[in-house]
Design a protein around this ligand. Structure first.
Ligand code: ADP
Length: 552
């Protein structure tokens, strides 16, 4: 804009100045022409005077600067100081001559056939009727130019400089109020009233832009809040695979710490699965793959994104951590296989005995013994099924009801001791109670009872003749605890971690003999976890075991 205004003013002022120059030259020319005509006239009268005084006067001015011609009354040229009169034609038809013959004087300007130049004539009628004509070469503009060239050049250069300065100053002056407009917050106290609509428009646009930016920020914040609180990884890329957005989950899945914006998505992971997903998506195909990364399993789903004209413009990559799901699936498969195996053993036994009894091969006296075996296996089957059902219930979250108030571990442990006492007595095991108040909150009393009962039951089951089980409750280091220690067979160190696994038994035949299912401690672990307890085991083979559950 500055350039255009500058150019406009510059050329306009140049044109004005040059027009002035032309006008001045024209005026000057006219002035010179008039002065020349006047001089010619004076000269003519002067010569006329001379001739009138003496006929020979004409000879004395033959070297005059002007051309002097004497023409007879019939138009014949009698004398000419520049040309041979014999060769000259009749001059009666010359304007100045005919005018002089008629009116006494005459003048004209025309191209001379004798001098072949633009010539100025002045003619005077003498007393004898003849005509005296004085002529001089007319000054043309071109003829004047050499003399005027210097001042013209000076004027042009001056005009150029003045135009430059003028254009610069005027441009600056015009643009100053425009440049002074604060686009961020324009005010209408501008020098130009004409700018008011523009300023109002800018204000309106500013308001629109502000509200759009606010809306965009709001949308971006909402998106960030949602995406950063997603447990799934969400990555948005442009069509070249450069990351536009990567939420916290995705960054942590791929252990990316620094800013990822603008980087290629393959910098996150270069595994074959990931590369295949990205390659497919970049060709507009939805694709999914499973990624194993540092012991974790991720499901990666790539969705191409298309614009209104169905052109591929980017991709959305969703990464889901399915490690837990996979582990659960694995555990479920193992559990199902174990359940089938555990159920099959007593059922095979029952079937075998029943088959023998049916075949009539068993002697009458042995029938009772076989019937007892069937009953024992059936009981084992029942307790196995009961434990499986219980574990399934705990897995499903059934009976994990929260208690409203506090539960005192002392009261629950006391009740368990009363229940277990007869069984312990049968096994020749003594129960020692060291119970102090230990309140925990939010835990179901029936679940706590079940947990303590299972632990006490094991402590009695895996004890020795005349052994003892000590049940302690109380608070230590700000934590409520229940501790069951026994003087039993103990657990080998390498097995202490595994006894909470489903169907894991240190000594399978002994457990089977005493009616164990291998699920009791799994149930204990489940209940402890769901009530907020932490289990620890201390055991020494042949000396005894101590299992503690602590609550913060
Ligand atoms: P089970 O029904 O076989 O007792 P549990 O899950 O209750 O199954 O226990 C798993 C295994 O842990 C038992 O088979 C046993 O070998 C071992 N165990 C549990 N409690 C004790 C304990 N107090 N003393 C010794 N071994 C124990």
């Amino acid at each position: 804009m500055t350039k255009r205004i500058f150019r406009g003013i510059f050329f306009a002022s140049m044109i004005v100045m040059l027009a002035c120059l032309v006008f001045v030259i024209g005026f000057q020319y006219q002035f010179y022409a008039d002065a020349q005509a006047e001089a010619l006239k004076s000269k003519a009268y002067l010569i006329e005077q001379g001739i009138e005084d003496s006929d020979s006067y004409i000879e004395s001015i033959k070297d005059s600067d002007e051309r002097v011609t004497l023409i007879d009354t019939d138009g014949t040229v009698i004398y000419d100081n520049r040309a041979d009169v014999s060769a000259m034609e009749n001059h009666l038809d010359r304007t100045e001559v005919s005018e002089a013959l008629k009116n006494g004087t005459g003048e004209s300007v025309r191209r001379s056939s004798t001098l072949s130049k633009q010539t100025c004539y002045y003619a005077v009628k003498l007393k004898n009727g003849r005509v005296l004509r004085v002529a001089d070469e007319r000054l043309t503009v071109l003829a004047m130019l050499p003399q005027l060239l210097q001042p013209i050049c000076a004027v042009i250069i001056g005009a150029l400089i003045i135009s430059l300065l003028f254009a610069t100053a005027v441009t600056r002056h015009i643009l100053k109020p425009i440049n002074a407009i604060d686009v961020e917050s324009p005010e209408i106290d501008s020098d130009y009233d004409e700018l008011s609509p523009l300023i109002n428009k800018i204000k309106l646009q500013n308001r629109r832009i502000e509200s759009q930016i606010e809306r965009l920020n709001q949308n971006r914040n909402e998106f960030n809040i949602i995406s950063d609180n997603m447990s799934e990884g969400l990555i948005l890329t442009d069509k070249s695979g450069n990351i536009i957005s990567c939420n916290k989950s995705a960054a942590s899945f791929f252990k990316a710490s620094d800013s990822l914006s603008g980087k290629n998505i393959l910098t996150l992971n270069r595994s074959e699965v990931f590369r295949t997903v990205i390659e497919k998506v970049s060709t507009g195909i939805h694709f999914e793959g499973q990624l194993d990364e540092d012991g974790r399993v991720f499901e990666v789903a790539g969705n191409p994104v298309f614009d209104d004209k169905s052109n591929l413009c980017g991709a959305v990559i969703l990464v889901v951590d399915i490690t837990e799901k996979e582990n659960r699936e694995k555990l479920r498969r193992e559990f199902t296989a174990n359940v089938s195996h555990e159920l099959k053993t007593p059922l095979t036994s029952i079937y075998g005995i029943a088959d023998m009894l049916r075949s009539g091969l068993v002697a009458e006296k042995d029938v009772k013994g076989f019937a007892e075996d069937i009953s024992k296996e059936a009981l084992r089957l029942i307790s196995l099924v009961n434990d499986i059902i219980r574990l399934s219930q705990l897995d499903e979250g059934i009976s994990e009801e929260k208690a409203e108030g506090n539960t005192d571990l002392k009261a629950v442990a006391d009740e368990v001791c009363s229940r277990i006492q007869p069984i312990a007595e049968k096994s020749g095991v003594g129960i020692i109670k060291k119970l102090e108040t230990a309140e925990i909150s939010g835990a179901s009393e029936s679940l706590i009872f079940e947990m303590i009962y299972n632990l006490c039951d094991n402590a009695v089951k895996y004890n020795k003749q005349d052994g003892s089980v000590t049940v302690s409750t109380g608070c230590a280091d700000g934590k409520a605890f229940i501790k069951i220690s026994d003087t039993g067979i103990g657990i080998p160190t390498e097995d202490t971690e595994r006894i909470f696994e489903r169907f894991y038994r240190v000594d399978k035949s002994r457990s089977k003999e005493i009616g164990g299912t291998g699920l009791g401690l799994s149930i204990v672990k489940h209940i402890a976890a769901s009530t907020g307890g932490a289990i620890s085991v201390k055991s020494k083979l042949g000396a005894g075991t101590e299992i503690t559950v602590e609550y913060e």
